[in-house]
Design a binder for this molecule. Structure first.
Ligand code: 13P
Ligand code: 13P
Ligand code: MG
Ligand code: MG
Length: 385
């Protein structure tokens, strides 16, 4: 049986009026480029979309993960798009294109990628999550809920296929070299949560059913680790298979209803709620946010993509969005104070250290008393006593 690979490769190569939305002409360019990829038999099928200012290439093929031809197709598409974005003076043109020359795989070059290879089931429903203004750890909480929280996923209790639990593969994204650990639920849930709670460091890479069936894959690429400075947030993608022995699509989507707090938002330096939105609302405006996630559902059929359906474009998520917007409004009142603004350590790669450097050599080892009439008076009276 031929295996199908889904590769979602994304990059921010420029956007309209700030970090808001991918212009139509870049979406068109990407469609044309991927159509050529189909004609050249590099990929079977594709869907081009966007999450705010991130251009998203959703592709199917039979070449496996990390395939140089598929990755080059995406890279070349982003390069052509960057040229056009620069020509049109689009904001932050080529933002995520951090390498000069392609070296076989987009990993470590700026664009983010999530890939998954499987034997198609008789029916293969999948969802592609695409987030803007946040980091890969944003998927930790919802993926934990999907695969390990019976209050979210009824199937963990009542479906014997899910009852044995799942295997989480986690990546330490701070380490410069590849660094992974795997943990089993339910028996290692507490250890797993000890890691997953540190969303800036430990990120779910993949989730498998206990029999080895792959079910989720996340892009874990950290832009600042590649650039050595803040150039934009990672704005991660995730692929999730649903149904027939896996959590149902409704159980998968239910995990995004909180909406939970993530790092990102303005200048990649703030905490805010991750709003589940339809494509029409996939544009971060208020304080460059709040962070958002869209969900496109497909059926994978003989290597082709049928769909998509815009899954969060549903009134049933209005209550989550309203709650998220209230939380966003509340957090904004706190301005530059933590925990709305991220900690100094988390802002290591932003422009904050430059401001801090100006203060650094003004610190002294005793309390400073400013010179002035009042302090002179106090000094005199204490010397008389
Ligand atoms: P993006 O990562 O979406 O480009 O956003 C960058 C930013 O700094 C927004 O304030
Ligand atoms: P500018 O320096 O172009 O204002 O960029 C800041 C930025 O992108 C953070 O959103
Ligand atoms: Mg941007
Ligand atoms: Mg973005």
């Amino acid at each position: 049986m031929v295996e199908t690979t889904i590769s979602v490769i994304k990059a921010d190569i420029g956007s309209l009026a700030g970090h808001v939305i991918v212009p139509d002409f870049l979406l068109e360019l990407a469609r044309k480029s991927l159509k050529e990829g189909v004609e050249k038999k590099i990929i079977n099928d594709f869907h081009v979309s966007h999450a705010g200012d991130d251009l998203e290439l959703i592709m199917t093929h039979n070449k496996g993960e990390g395939n140089p031809e598929v990755h080059r197709l995406a890279w070349d598409t982003f390069i052509k798009g960057t040229e056009l974005a620069r020509k049109n003076k689009i904001y932050a043109a080529g933002q995520d294109m951090l390498a000069d020359t392609f070296s076989g795989n987009v990993k470590g070059m700026g664009p983010g990628s999530a890939e998954m290879t499987f034997e198609e089931r008789p029916s293969e429903p999948v969802v592609v999550f695409m987030a803007d203004k946040t980091e890969p750890g944003a998927y930790n909480l919802p993926l934990y809920k999907i695969y390990a929280d019976p209050f979210n996923t009824a199937g963990l209790v009542i479906d014997p296929n899910l009852h044995d639990g799942f295997i989480f593969v986690i990546q330490d994204v701070i380490k410069q070299v590849p660094c992974f650990i795997s943990m089993k639920t339910p028996e290692e849930s507490y250890d797993l949560l000890a890691l997953l709670g540190s969303t800036g460091r430990y990120t779910i890479k993949k989730v498998y059913r206990r029999d080895g069936m792959v079910t989720a894959s996340v892009s874990t690429d950290k832009l600042h680790a590649i650039a050595g400075k803040y150039v934009g947030k990672d704005d991660p993608v995730a692929i999730v298979r649903a149904h027939s022995g896996l959590p149902a699509m409704g159980e998968v989507l239910e995990a995004f209803t909180l909406p939970h707090l993530v790092a990102g938002w303005m200048r990649g330096s703030h905490t805010g709620p991750l709003l589940p939105v339809g494509l029409k609302d996939s544009r971060c405006t208020r304080f460059d946010g709040p962070p958002r996630v869209v969900a496109l559902g497909f059926q994978v059929s003989n290597g082709m993509l049928v769909g998509p359906v815009d899954l969060f474009d549903d009134v049933a998520f209005d209550i989550s969005r309203q709650r998220g917007m209230k939380v966003a409004d509340y957090l904004r009142r706190q301005g530059p104070f933590q925990p709305h603004r991220l900690s100094e350590e988390e802002m290591e790669y932003t422009t904050l250290p430059k401001v801090m450097a100006r203060c650094e050599n003004r610190f002294v080892n005793e309390e400073i008393v400013p010179k002035g009439k009042e302090t002179e008076k106090k000094k005199k009276s204490s010397s008389v006593e």
